[in-house]
Design a protein around this ligand. Structure first.
Ligand SMILES: [Zn+2]
Length: 376
């Protein structure tokens, strides 16, 4: 096998040790004779590493081949080296390989030897992503998704651009005021990446069936649409759980923002959360019931600071990357996280579990417990 140090690893020679710096951490390898340093520098991805061990050990009589072999095994174990042999096949175009080369090295930093570091970028390229809402969070999220290399997008909004949107809605400019958001967002995104496949819906979602119709066929949904206020979260949850589509939802609440995700079949859903919150607090119970009974919509324009929008969009898109690529497990399931402007902390505001009796996702828990599922 041919190996080279990953491009994200920085090697140093220090006081009889080889120090490898990566991701803010340091690996220290004793190297009293200098053989480890020579071996690390010789890993060029062109010569099988066993051959390099023999060559280097031949020049250092005091060093046993097994000592260098054990260093090589640690480099493999801790994912500090990569094998160029694994990168020979990719469906990415030459354009995309260059455009997204920095992403590819980012994903490569997590890959084991033998894993193709293009795979995660390919998943972003082929994923079908639906973004509901093209306001502050929506425009930041869309810009991030396209920069990441997401190619197939469905976007939805019913609103037109107002001057007061320009404090945070980064896809729009002064001459766009009065224009529909969704068409303008689509045009701006295509200016950024002319290869995109974007389906734009200028429409208002008015029922769970409307949401189901839009989200069908997508790999993930990101919801930053907050209207109608008392129903959107329920409709989204029902539609996505029914179709097995993971979703991420988030919004601003004055000086804090909140965000969470649901992966049907492996996490609790929005209804599990509501049940849990009602059981813990009578206030939540009465406020949510009262809001629906009196159709309190809270539709007056709320304050919205762009820095809260940017941080929240970054969190939600990071979760999107984890769910689409599988590079790491999702971090926003079964919990509500919040970012607060006051102390600039991101923390867990609420936690819940999948409720086996949940009217929306309980049948998925049953399926997981069934004998058939256990034998798969
Ligand atoms: Zn549920």
């Amino acid at each position: 096998m041919k190996l080279c140090l990953k491009p994200t690893i920085i090697p140093f020679k220090l006081d009889g040790q080889v120090v490898l710096r990566f991701n803010g951490q340091y690996a220290k390898i004793p190297d009293p004779h200098g053989a480890v340093w020579e071996f690390a520098k010789a890993l060029d991805g062109r010569t099988p590493y066993e051959e390099l061990i023999t060559q280097v050990a031949g020049r250092y009589p005091a060093v046993d081949q097994d000592e260098i072999r054990s260093v090589a095994q640690d480099l493999i174990k801790y994912r500090l080296v990569e094998s160029p042999d694994a990168f020979e096949t990719t469906s990415l175009s030459d354009h995309d390989r260059i455009r997204f080369s920095r992403n590819i090295d980012f994903f490569g930093s997590m890959a084991a030897v033998g894993e193709n570091k293009f795979t995660h970028q390919e998943k972003l390229r082929t994923a079908r992503v639906c973004v509901l809402g093209c306001g502050g969070l929506g425009t930041h999220i869309l810009f991030d998704l396209v920069a990441l290399g997401v190619h197939h997008l469905t976007i939805l909004d019913f609103d037109t651009i107002e001057l007061s949107n320009l404090n945070r809605q980064i896809l729009y400019k002064e001459t766009d005021v009065g224009m529909p958001k969704v068409a303008t967002a689509r045009r701006r995104l295509l200016e950024f990446n002319s290869h995109l496949d974007i389906t734009a819906h200028e429409t208002r979602l008015q029922s769970a069936q409307d949401v189901a119709g839009i989200v069908r066929g997508h790999d993930i949904v990101i919801c930053v649409a907050d209207k109608p206020a008392n129903y959107m979260a329920d409709w989204l949850n029902e539609a996505c759980v029914e179709q097995g589509v993971p979703f991420i939802s988030g919004g601003l609440d004055v000086r804090r923002s909140v965000f969470y995700s649901v992966v049907p079949g492996s996490s609790g859903c929005g209804a599990c959360w509501l049940t849990s919150a009602r059981n813990k607090s009578s206030l939540v119970n009465s406020v949510s019931t009262m809001a629906k009974q009196h159709d309190i919509t809270y539709e007056h324009p709320g304050p919205a600071l762009v820095t809260l929008v940017a941080v929240t969009a970054g969190m939600m898109v990071s979760e999107t990357v984890k769910i689409i690529t599988g590079c790491q497990p999702p971090q926003l399931t079964n919990k509500l996280k919040e970012f607060t402007f006051d102390d600039l902390d991101v923390s867990v505001a609420e936690v819940w579990q999948q409720n086996p009796d949940c009217t929306v996702c309980g049948h998925l828990a049953d399926a997981q417990r069934s004998p058939q599922a256990e034998t798969v």
